[in-house]
Design a protein around this ligand. Sequence first.
Ligand code: GLP
Length: 256
Amino acid sequence: MEIIIQANPEAASGIAARFVARLLRAKPDAVLGLATGSTPLRLYRKLVQEKLDWSRVTTFNLDEYVGLEPGRPQSYHSFMWGNFLHHINIAKKNVHIPDGQVQDIPDFCRRYEEQIRAAGGIDLQVLGIGTDGHIGFNEPASSLASRTRIKPLTNRTRRDNALFFENESQVPHHVITMGIGTIMEAREILLLAFGKNKSGAVARTVEGPITAMNPASVLQMHPAAKMVLDKAAAAKLKKTAYYRWVYENKPDWQKV
Ligand code: GLP
């Protein structure tokens, strides 16, 4: 895993935006995996400012709450369109966000996987991380080989995500999420984590054992995973001096 530590979320998001921009310039019909949450918001703002051409880009979002109408402000549909997709020239038909209202969830999940395959697979998957190490909504004990499916949330995640709702009781218990196996098939992974409440999950992910109890730790097995952190999220890592040295001494051809 490549660990990139920046002074603050602004600088870290700037680097993440450069990775995405570089991909889109090299491959105008790239397939991006997108994440929700407060963490990628600055990245999306910066990508809007970049004025890139999104007309041939395809996107797949990681997850959605089951049972929330897409128009509800807390739905990930509203989040993505409001914070990002409405502000770029993406074609609506190229946007894929799990539908939390479908009747036949297993059938929907199978088709979501097929759509990802038909698009040629995900070139770059953007990820955040939960305080319990979840990626997408793959909670601890998720199969590391899981595919897109319905998943119940832990109380901790419902508590963490309650700030977007009126209160915790409003947070749905179930979600549809890409599986860990699905995420691992992306050709590149860009995980962002900011703030000290993510520092434990980050340290376990980078320097701990690979375990389903900390789902993000599976990224140690990914051949091209980058973690872009602010100082606070990196605070519990042991080898920060080494990670910083590696990043600052990259050969020119590896720099973004
Ligand atoms: C939710 C999302 C994850 C996200 C996590 C962290 O659980 N399903 O994709 O990484 O929240 O959110 P935040 O960035 O707000 O801390």
